[in-house]
Design a protein around this ligand. Sequence first.
Ligand code: UFG
Length: 352
Amino acid sequence: MRVNYFCTNANNYDMQKVIITGGTGYIGSHTVVEFQNAGFEVVTIDNLSNSIIEVLDGIKKITGKRPIFYQTDVSEQKNLETVFQEHSSAVAVIHFAAYKAVGESVKEPLKYYHNNIQGLVNILSNMLKYDIPNLVFSSSCTVYGQPEKLPVTEETPVVKPESPYGNTKKINEEIIVDTINSSDNLNAISLRYFNPIGAHTSAHIGELPLGVPDNLLPYITQTAIGLRQELSVFGDDYNTPDGTAIRDYINVCDLAKAHVFAVKRLLNKTSRYETFNIGTGKGSSVMEIIKAFEISTGQKLNYKIVNRRAGDIEQVWADTSKANKVLGWKAEVSLNETVKSAWEWQKRVQES
Ligand code: UFG
């Protein structure tokens, strides 16, 4: 097993420790920052398949501290167990490590079922074995499909997912519930993310897509900086005010903070299992995102309207009142500030 110790934080005996899988990834790295800022000691696990080790430098520039890091794969139980054994004093696990490309999951479903399902099974087995009682799971609004009624509440029916990726999120939530029901001491919260965008305001960490980005914001920033010729807007004939599809775009730092609120709630032992929608409560169309980008950055964006993308839903946005009331969490950063942060990050990546 290749284990890299970059920092042992040997004096922090009184700090509460959390294990964050996928901690050098996009949402994971922002979440490491928020836990460190909240006074937790953080152990990160990542196989670096979709992220780079230098992310730890960015985290250190923001928080002054490099998290403990293990390069290992959550689907490899033997290696994973060594980490859990060594850090069995952790109060919670925040589990991000998973493949996430919707299109790829349609082409290579077994890759997704193996990594995303086996990874969670291994995490839960270790949590039971080493008595780590609290899990925050990285789920997705994809479990709701195209809902009949908007906004989406946590009571909105979970439907058959559009893709193997979405199915792994649905199955993972079910595995967590079954495991909790069979155990005395395991508790969990699933956070159903809407569309995370933006970067840390310091521009030391952000989204680093490998190859051509699938998602809207990285495609926009790469087009504006000249890496891509033009953005394709996938469809302007949807039943929405301007004809383009609507999503709930949530600032990645706001989203990361929700995990700290979730761990604090789990530590209070108020409930065994809960789900929360993590979004802003407001939907924005693709054209509105383009306008917000142009206004907040002063960059003119080259785009054209093309056909709808297969598998896209028309519109979805969150009812976040449960997260607001029960978790005490609320999205705070505006859309304009968020798209500006994505642009500042893109410029930093270009310079380096
Ligand atoms: N879009 C474009 N052009 C692009 C990229 C995207 O017009 O180049 C549009 C899409 O058609 C969609 C919107 O921008 O209408 C958002 O697309 P993203 O690919 O950024 O995000 P999705 O909503 O398709 O997918 C996201 C996550 C998935 C998750 C899903 C849940 O990436 O992991 O939300 O709904 F499953």
